[in-house]
Design a protein around this ligand. Sequence first.
Ligand code: UD1
Length: 361
Amino acid sequence: MKVVSIVGARPQLVKLAPIAAAFAEDGCEHVIVHTGQHYDADLSDVFFSGLGIPDPDVHLGIGSGSHGVQTGNTLAALDPVLAAERPDWVLVYGDTNSTLAGTLSAVKQHLRVAHLEAGLRSFNRRMPEEHNRVLTDHAADLLLAPTEEAVRHLATEGLAARTELVGDVMVDVCLRVRDDVARGGQPRPALPDGIDPDAPYLLATLHRAENTDDPQRLATLLDALAGLPVPVALLAHPRLVARAEQHGLKLTRGALHAGRPLPYAAMVAAVVGSVGVVTDSGGLQKEAYLLDRPCTTLRTETEWVETLADGWNVLVPDPRELGERWAATATRPAPQAPRGLPYGDGRAARRVAETLRRHLA
Ligand code: UD1
């Protein structure tokens, strides 16, 4: 079996780590294509080295641009690569512009496409990720769903026959790294200046277009974070840095201390060291849940609805609407309620390899 993985953005590299390991164990031929959607070392290189992922076989060097430019350039650059490789499966990950471009290039060449993390829905049609995941699911041949909820969404859209529940590969990597951190196998994370790692701090990230691109909205969110009674370590994505600069907004002020994004293991250590997480990232909502930290999500909805049970994750679309309850919400202690295993048992990547083989036979 030959599989081409198409990745390009930070969260896809995290998902690629357990997949690459499972494919190596399975003995299949695995070709890694990096689109270059993310090109900063902080968002790309450190994930390959830190998670032991083999170097990409092909690097397209696409870079940033409007959605049309980024998706279109990736699509055009992928055509000859997939034509030359002719794999048994093209594996696309998540919901980025690289995911959609990879899917389109593959289906047009009659190559089988499997979508990892299929079936997630925010039902918010203003999110670029929502267009990408819906279009990818409807074009792909095999839908590898991480949760029962995702399976239900796919069934509702008439896609049950192509769906397989495999679990979430993020659990595989998160729990492995958590154990490594607990054993002392990782150095202390480089938190932003002004954050004392031994005193209580909140860990924050903010990068979604709907939060960063409207200056009013971004200012509101930054003000809310800066006004919290606990120091906030803000790990600033380049998109956030660029937009804040453009709108003349300061990222370090009041409780807020901005620093660079962290490599994966350092991120896990930083979550474990925190008293809670405030974010708009899908991956981080789940990591907080898996690592027993309360999460406050600065969005109107979440794809990872399982995290909302018992208040492990709380949605705050607009902190101003909470008034004085905002600080109490963001700094609330972790709930005591036990959690099941809605994201699987940490063996999802192996199940992906098995499922691809079974469907080929
Ligand atoms: C992308 C994904 C998003 C995912 C996120 C993870 C899409 C539509 N969005 O968002 O779903 O959650 O990755 O990080 O695919 N930039 C840099 N250096 C980089 C990458 C980006 O400076 O290495 C800056 C540029 O200013 C660029 C902006 O960030 O214009 C946006 O980058 P882009 O890849 O388009 O989207 P993300 O916001 O990273």
